[in-house]
Design a protein around this ligand. Structure first.
Ligand code: ADP
Ligand code: MG
Length: 738
């Protein structure tokens, strides 16, 4: 039976062989509709075209075997407390031992007598129960029906599983979905475009991915780079690029911006009060920003630049431009400590230029706050620096012309939009980030922004020395720390604060303070953490600034922006818990002055392979590997190995952009952008680490297409437009199109 309603409208529950219980399990994999199911492509393929006889196996060979389980036992190793399930498997030609780690439930799966299909690498068996051994092979339990048809003699798609739903079951469900629904598949790419790109139609592509015939190339399938994979990925990328381009086009045309004029005298004054001359990269991005600001369209620009490259002074120039034209400017920073630092460093410069500047923060006394708000509303005050506090509804401006958001990655897009709405017209917006964003992410997540990059450091900045220490050799790290303190320098010791265990970690930081006080007496040790009242935070910070504290123990509040030149050591505890970008931010806090900086990472993930060794490790890049919440194999072991990889890479790379690309590779966009933010994009097939070229192509084609047909009103674009509105209309607030 073929239904009339479109596939994206048909709940998976009604597909043959699914029902409510399985529908719930499928939902864990992100499959809610029949369309979702069809786009849920296998993450891997097993080449079972050839099944080997156990008697013909050789060590080193990657092989698929089929046999009966003779015996299954489970035990726990004493040393590492691994649960090991061991099975002996026999076919007509021989017997082989297979072991599985930390999957105790397999004891029930491999009951003696069942027939199994195993794919893995053959190694010699030290236990000599059999000649050979397979460690953690891919497995499948076969029933009679299977052994005759589906799983043998062909390329078998392997799906991400969830507890209660195996890859094999998913495969069966897919088969029946195909039989039932393939006639309803709708092609949305215009024929001419598709033919030019030599992509198959959707009806041609999906069967190849879900049920490849034996002539397909298994390596290409596994890398997700067959024309069929590319076809699906391209569709996703094209839709988003079209949506972003349309959004941008509207912003530019629908909302006229302010035409700022450069106040020559004010800017000359600014040059004369700055204690340094600008780098040429700073000069270039300031020019780009001035150009935007001078136009009648709204500025919407992202300023990227590594930690310490000097973004603040660029922001200062933009704010002076706004004030010089009679408008107000707001600078929003993600933490109080950082907004205070901005305020105190900018205030004297603004004062020298006769520009009034205030700090707005949580916890200001009622009277003080009321006065600030009144002055903002009347236009008395020209520049306000603050945190999210700026977003509160009672904060009103007289003539807000420029909004600058520092450390943009800490804020969501929504907050960006909220601040902008504070003006009765459209202020220009500049967002700044020290977390370099890989090009592909910038083109998608920030696709509606122009991008400026500061790719140069102020003179004299030296790369920080980075060293890894296992927790048991913490003393060696402490020696380096002590030497620096003795030389008159200052240091940070950072503890992670992860939400769920916040209390525990805070306790760890407090205990550390006691311990470090003893260890490093007579040096003075201070503590800064997120729960301190803001007055105390400020006082700890200023003590550190005045060198009344030598060693500052901190939770991640030092992550962004702090600028203390005498600090040369950044020691990070539980480094494995931090992401690459965070680590890089932290490292950027030291070595800012004339002295060599040291970044010391303490971790407990065991020996870390060298960078080059790491590069050869295989990573599962399929989107499902990172996104499906119910995925079984996302174990502690995987977390450990990605942490190892991350730390190894970090110790080796100094360039924020290179790190960002690696971060994307290792963790995937969800983690890089923040799960919530990424949740809004989450491609099903496209992979921003892999599909770089495809993305550029999609972007170019989207732009060309909109030039010819800005509202997608040509008949051949109807299907495309319908899908675009459905997928992105709401998320990107596109409103009505056409
Ligand atoms: P970030 O880009 O990380 O926000 P900051 O704006 O905090 O960097 O600048 C880092 C440090 O470099 C500050 O102490 C700042 O005064 C200094 N700085 C910025 N630009 C220059 C320059 N052109 N020459 C010398 N020092 C500079
Ligand atoms: Mg900064």
């Amino acid at each position: 039976m073929v239904t009339q309603s479109p596939l994206w409208h048909t709940p998976i529950q009604y597909a043959k062989g699914v029902g409510p219980r399985r529908a719930r399990l499928l939902e864990k994999l992100g499959i809610v509709t029949v369309e979702d199911a069809l786009w849920f492509v296998p993450w891997r393929y097993d080449d079972r075209v050839e099944v080997h006889s156990i008697g013909n196996l050789l060590p080193g060979m990657k092989a698929t075997i089929r046999g009966r389980v003779e015996r299954c036992r489970i035990n726990t190793t004493s040393r590492r407390r691994l649960v090991v399930v061991t099975i002996m498997v026999r076919d007509e030609t021989g017997v082989i031992e297979c072991v599985f780690f930390n999957q105790p439930y397999l004891e029930n799966t491999f009951a003696a007598g069942v027939t199994v299909l195993l794919t893995g690498t053959v190694s010699p068996n030290p236990n000599a129960q059999s000649f050979f051994l397979m460690k953690a092979p891919e497995y499948e339990v076969l029933d009679i029906e299977d052994s005759l048809e589906s799983a043998l003699g062909r390329i078998v798609p392997i799906y991400h599983e969830t507890h209660g739903l195996s890859s094999k079951q998913i495969r069966r469900i897919m088969q029946s979905i195909f039989e039932q629904y393939s006639p309803c598949l709708q092609e949305i790419l215009p024929d001419t475009m598709r033919e030019q790109l030599r992509f198959p139609t959707i009806s041609e592509a999906l069967p190849v991915l879900h049920a490849p015939d034996q002539h397909q190339s298994v390596p290409l399938l596994n890398q997700h780079v067959t024309p069929e994979h590319q076809r699906l990925a391209f569709e996703e990328l094209l839709l988003l690029q079209l949506a972003l381009a349309m959004k941008r086009h509207r912003q530019v045309t629908a909302t006229p911006g302010i035409v700022f004029a450069k106040h020559q005298k004010l800017h000359e004054q600014l040059q004369s009060v700055l204690p340094f001359s600008l780098t040429s990269a700073q000069e270039r991005v300031i020019r780009e920003i001035f150009q935007d600001m001078a136009q009648s369209t709204c500025m919407n620009r992202l300023l990227q630049g590594d930690v310490g490259c000097g973004k603040t002074v660029v922001a200062l120039h933009a704010m002076v431009m706004a004030c010089g034209s009679g408008y107000q400017a707001a600078l929003m920073a993600p933490t109080e400590v950082l907004s205070e630092q901005h305020y105190w460093s900018l205030k004297p410069l603004f004062e020298a230029l006769n520009i009034s500047c205030v700090l707005l923060k949580g916890g200001q006394a009622g009277g003080e706050r009321a006065e600030i708000l009144a002055n903002l509303k009347s236009g008395e005050v020209q520049v306000v620096v603050g945190t999210h506090a700026l977003l509160q509804p009672d904060v009103r401006f007289s003539k807000l012309g420029l909004v600058i958001v520092d450390e943009q990655h800490k804020f969501g897009v929504l907050q960006r939009a909220m601040l902008r709405e504070k003006a009765s017209w459209q202020p220009d917006v500049l967002v700044m980030t020290a977390t370099p964003i890989p090009r592909t992410l910038a083109m998608t997540w920030y696709g509606d922004l122009d991008v400026s990059v500061i790719d140069e450091f102020p003179p004299g900045k030296k790369p920080v020395h980075t060293k890894l220490f296992e927790a048991k050799s913490r003393n060696r790290a402490h020696q380096i720390l002590r030497k620096e303190l003795e030389a008159g320098r200052q240091a940070y010791v950072v503890y992670p604060l992860v939400e769920p265990s916040e209390k525990v970690d805070l306790q760890a930081a407090m205990e550390a303070v006691e311990y470090l006080r003893e260890q490093f007496a007579p040096f003075r040790v201070g503590l800064l953490h997120g729960r301190l009242p803001s007055r105390e935070k400020q006082s700890v910070m200023s003590q550190f600034q005045k060198k009344e504290i030598d060693l500052l123990v901190a939770t991640t509040v030092v992550e962004v922006g702090l600028d203390i030149h005498n600090a040369t050591v950044m020691l990070i505890e539980h480094a494995e818990r931090f992401g690459l970008a965070q680590l890089h931010q932290l490292r950027g806090r030291v070595g800012r002055g004339q002295h060599q900086g040291h970044c010391l990472l303490i971790h407990s993930v065991g020996r870390i392979p060298s960078y080059n060794q790491q590069m050869s490790l295989r990573i599962d890049r399929s989107p499902g590997a990172r996104q499906s919440p119910g995925r079984v194999s996302a174990s502690a072991e995987v977390a450990r190995s990605t942490a190892k990889r991350r730390l190894g890479v970090f110790a080796q790379l100094d360039d924020g952009f290179a790190l960002a690309e690696e971060d994307l590779n290792i963790r995937g966009p969800g983690q890089v952008l923040g799960v919530q933010q990424w949740g809004a994009i989450a491609f099903r097939v496209a992979d921003l680490a892999r599909d770089v070229d495809l993305l550029s192509k999609a972007r170019r084609i989207a732009q060309e297409l909109l030039q010819r047909d800005p509202n997608l009103s040509f008949p051949e674009h109807h299907a495309l437009k319908e899908t675009l509105v459905r997928k992105w209309g709401e998320k990107l607030a596109l409103g009505s199109i056409g």
